[in-house]
Design a protein around this ligand. Structure first.
Ligand SMILES: Nc1ncnc2c1ncn2[C@@H]1O[C@H](COP(=O)(O)OP(=O)(O)OP(=O)(O)O)[C@@H](O)[C@H]1O
Length: 312
């Protein structure tokens, strides 16, 4: 990739407990993109972010910001990074305005009350500027975390699960704010469990599982894979094998032959379901119930890991 803003090479982390949280991760982040890092609990997302933000020490590998080694230029590089952590970290007895202003000065930026006012207004916090943090609602405290991360005008912003446990309205506000930041040139890296969030926001998506970056892809490509659904048909009579009449749909049998499982692309114009049901009727295969479910993130990870192993 030409001129990435962030380059991660062979990044590894083994915690004292022996857990290998990251296994030689390589990743380039494009200037000005929104990159979503998707992965289940414990995949290594927070560890990756924490290393880049200087909170966790890596066991090996390197991070370059604009081509500069992150460890050798830590102060300079860290100034350019903003982090909205998963957990709230703030002095609850401080008033909102001074908390956010202090965050700016912490990174050596000169005070700029007009800029702080602008950030607080964007996040609908200006009216609460004199309130001590303890008295704000949970959603507002989350907004304060974002304001703190933006106060020093970083050009790379990390959001660690920004919408976990927030209501629909705040989620929408956050998405809009992230889009506005991107329009202003900020590069954004967010972690999430939600496919929906990656779909809504990201230009590219990385999938991480057990410390390994399994894939990095343009969102549109990944969404094709994520659009798969599974149809379960509970048969009236179990089948020993899939009859040749149904072979073209490549269904699988489960539950000792009493369930027929068919995977299909929910976003395709033709899912194949009506023709499968017709072929079943013609072959005299009756069913008593049916349901469909979205491939879960877990299913997709398993599928991706299998694909990766098969390709290796
Ligand atoms: N301080 C620590 N000491 C020991 N092990 C840790 C520490 N922090 C994280 N781990 C382990 O490292 C692995 C990766 O954790 P990490 O928090 O990076 O995952 P995550 O993808 O952010 O998960 P989640 O979605 O649950 O936040 C997990 O197995 C976790 O238990």
């Amino acid at each position: 990739m030409s001129d990435p803003i962030l380059s991660i090479r062979g990044l590894r982390k083994q915690y004292g407990s022996g857990t290998e949280a990251l296994k030689a991760v390589d990743l380039d982040i494009r200037r000005g993109e929104i990159f979503a890092l998707l992965g289940p609990n414990g995949a290594g997302k927070t560890t990756l972010i924490s290393i880049i933000c200087g909170i966790v020490k890596p066991s090996g590998g390197e991070v370059l910001v604009d081509g500069k080694d992150w460890q050798r230029n830590f102060r300079e590089v860290r100034k350019r990074i903003g982090l909205v952590p998963q957990e709230l970290t703030m002095d609850l007895f401080e008033p909102l305005l001074s908390t956010v202003s202090f965050s700016r000065e912490l990174f050596g930026r000169r005070p700029d009350p007009a800029r702080i006012e602008q950030i607080l207004k964007e996040l609908s916090l200006w009216d609460k500027r004199k309130t001590i943090l303890k008295e704000l609602s949970g959603g507002m405290k989350r907004r304060v975390m974002i304001a703190k991360a933006l106060a020093h005008d970083p050009d790379i912003l990390f959001l660690d699960e920004p919408t976990a446990g927030v209501d629909v309205e705040l989620r929408r506000d956050m998405w809009n704010m992230v889009r506005r930041l991107r329009e202003m040139g900020t590069t954004i890296i967010l972690t999430t469990h939600y496919i929906e969030e990656a779909e809504e926001m990201a230009d590219r998506v990385g999938v991480i599982n057990k410390g390994e970056l399994i894939l990095v892809e343009e969102k549109a490509e990944l969404m094709k894979k994520l659009g798969r659904k599974i149809l379960h048909l509970q048969l009236t009579e179990p089948l020993a094998t899939v009859p040749p009449a149904l072979a073209q749909w490549s269904p699988q049998l489960a539950d000792d032959g009493s369930t027929l499982v068919y995977e299909f692309d929910a976003k395709a114009e033709r899912t194949g379901i009506p023709s499968l049901l017709t072929a079943m009727r013609d072959a005299g295969i009756a069913f008593k119930d049916l349901d469909t479910k979205q491939s879960s993130l877990e299913d997709i990870f398993v599928g991706l890991i299998h694909e990766k192993k098969a390709a290796a």
